[in-house]
Structures are given as structure tokens and as C-alpha cells.
Design a protein around this ligand. Sequence first.
Ligand code: GTP
Ligand code: MG
Ligand code: NA
Length: 349
Amino acid sequence: AARSRDNLRCPIIVIMGHVDTGKTKLLDNIRRTNVQEGEAGGITQQIGATYFEPSTLLNRCKKLNDTEKLDLTLPGILVIDTPGHESFTNLRSRGSNLCDLAILVVDLMHGLEQQTIESLKMLRSKGTPFVVALNKVDRCYNWKACANDPIRSALAEQEEGTVQEFRSRAEEAKVQLAEQGVNSNIYWEMGDDDWQSSDFVPLVPTSAISGEGVQDILLLLCRMAQEKLWRQLMWCGNLQCTVLEVKAIEGLGMTVDVIVVNGTIREGDKVVLCSMDGPVVSEIRGLLTPPPSREMRVKSEYIHHKEIKGALGVKLIGNGLEKVMAGTPIMVVGPDDEEEDIKAEVMSD
Ligand code: GTP
Ligand code: MG
Ligand code: NA
């Protein structure tokens, strides 16, 4: 199919930020899952991936979209969860390299912290557009939960003192961002010029526990993706694919978790991967994904596919995958390709 605005791939949205700001919990809220409570010590230690279908997005944003009226044209979104612990800088870097768009999660009670600033630098060095989630808004004194409501309706239900606390903490975050050279504003108070500006950052108050503002952040990300990033989201046939992780799965043997960014990968494809011993050639024997709205790093009832179109997180089954290195690309050997050329190309990246 020709590259066009009518044939977009899913945007890849990475969630980054300091440890324990609520990145995984925010995803749990959208998925209606409880991945965070199953993590060792409540700490994320791997990159995750979750695909959300358009119907799920529309359903989650229903109340807000009654007034916002976004005509969703995306085929869904792929959200990448990353660890915030300081020892996982390499995984944050890998996530930020893959993504089209990002959510930088800040704990409203703490303001900017060390890995917030580290993440900020990664995003800005790549010129990746992002929104800031001012999370844990429910921790403002006397907050009355308005489960899963748009944030403006939830704020309208709060007493004056609660709104004042929210206002002063949001202002503090804005000042701290300005100190890092980032212009930002509460997203519904941004002017037209701010929207046009490529480096102005919207702030979205959220609670990952009671869900206020989750509609807002989802709808805002979808709007940004389809209105500002559609050129880079045009689907194309060439496979663009990165290895996240290599792991043995009971009953499947050695598998490789990948993010298919763009293009198509099929069962039976001959692919070249990068291993510690040099290039390896393997035939794809299986393409597995978790169901929509389920985390790839959590064992589940995998769905088997004959082919996968990007963007999606996929588990590949094949021979000789043991020494494949995370963070490296995968290439398909096409009918007209010389295997040796592809080997050289894959290792040069
Ligand atoms: P790492 O991946 O380890 O960096 O942490 P994270 O950013 O994914 O944070 P996580 O989802 O693990 O949440 C950390 C803690 O904050 C948990 O105890 C959550 O229950 C709590 N938490 C997360 N979001 C909220 C929120 O919006 N409100 C409140 N009150 N607590 C929250
Ligand atoms: Mg986490
Ligand atoms: Na955590």
C-alpha cells in the first residue's frame, strides 16, 4: 500500500520517569490490570509493551471525547513501560530510542527528581515530543475521588483548599521544568501559539489509583500523534524491528521479544539477528503476542499470528536465538537479497 495519512501505524509511546512515580500503575489503570503489584519489590526491571485497540481507547476516553470530539484514525497505540530505578539507564535509553512520543511521569508531591531530569535529557536529545503527567493528584489534601473522570470535572468537585494545593504544586513543577529549559503549561490553559510550538510541553494532572485525568492523557497523546506526527507514522513495507529481550519460555524454548516499529514480519521469514558471536540467520517459526491491553512481559495466553504489522510488541520463536543481543535490529532476507549483505548491514547498525 502507498504511504499515506490514511494508513498510519500505531505510534510508540514510551513512559519514562523517576522510580515510583506511578508509570506502571498508570498503565494498570488503562489496562484494568494489576501488573505493578506482581513486580518484585514493586520495582520495574524490564521494558514492557502493551497494545491498545482503537475501541479500547475510545471507550476509555468516552466522557471527555463527548466534548473534545477527536476523530480517532490511529490503528491503536503501543505503550512501552520502562524502569525508573537509577540502575536501568540503558533500558530507559532503549525505550526512548524506539518511541515516537513520550509520557514523562512526575510525582506531583515530589516534583522533578534525578531520573526525571535524566529522562528529560534523553527525550530532548532525540527531539521526541512528550507530555508530563503530574501524577498522584489524589494525594492533594482532602481529594475526593471521582473515579476515571476527566481531570477538569474532577477538579470542579474539589474544595477550594484542595484546588489551591494542586495549583501551587503544579506551578512548582512548571518552575522546575523551566529551570531545565522546558516551557510548559497545564494543557487546557495552553494558548494557540503554545500548541503550534514544537517544544512546548503540556502538563496533565493524573491519578493512576483513582483514574482522574487518564482520559485526558490518552486523548491528548492520540491527538498529538495524528495531528503532529502523522508523517513519521505512515506505514511502510520495510521491516524496522528492534530486540528488547531474549528469554527462555517453558514449552517454547528460547524466544526473542521484539518491537516491530514498522513494516511486516511473517512466519517463515528468513531473518538475520545480531548475536555475541556475530550475525545469526534464523527462520521465524512463530509470532506470538499477548492479547490487546495485556503486558508483553507478563506470561499470558499468547495469540499466534501468520504475520505482524508494526507497530507491535512480538515474541519470536526460532532456532539459534540464544546469544542474540538486546537493543539490536533484525532484518529480513528477501528473495532478491544476498544473505551476506544483510549480515553485514545488520551488524553495522
Ligand atoms: P518503577 O517502574 O519501579 O520506576 O516505578 P513506577 O513509576 O512504575 O511506579 P509504580 O507504578 O510502581 O508505583 C509506585 C507506588 O506509587 C505504588 O505503591 C503505587 O501504588 C503508588 N502510586 C502510583 N500512582 C499513584 C497515584 O496516582 N496515586 C497514589 N496515591 N499512589 C500512586
Ligand atoms: Mg514501573
Ligand atoms: Na515502582
